[in-house]
Design a protein around this ligand. Sequence first.
Ligand SMILES: [Zn+2]
Length: 81
Amino acid sequence: MSSKRYLRPIRETARFSDLESWDDLFAYCTHCGRIGSLDRYALEGKYGKHSTVHGLNRKLRCIVCGSREMNMIGARNKLRD
Ligand SMILES: [Zn+2]
């Protein structure tokens, strides 16, 4: 068995400015199960660091199934040696 990647939920009120520097953002499509990585710094630059992370949910679209409403966002620690 390969080690399972652990996606950590982000609390409802979290803003980009609340994220830890080592967090990577991922969007999870609950419709088809795809997990895609997000460029948090690009998103932060586009929407502002005081935007809530979950506010992006409706702006994201799954590239596999096209679902707009079922994407959840989580964080994962960057891999360290
Ligand atoms: Zn999907």
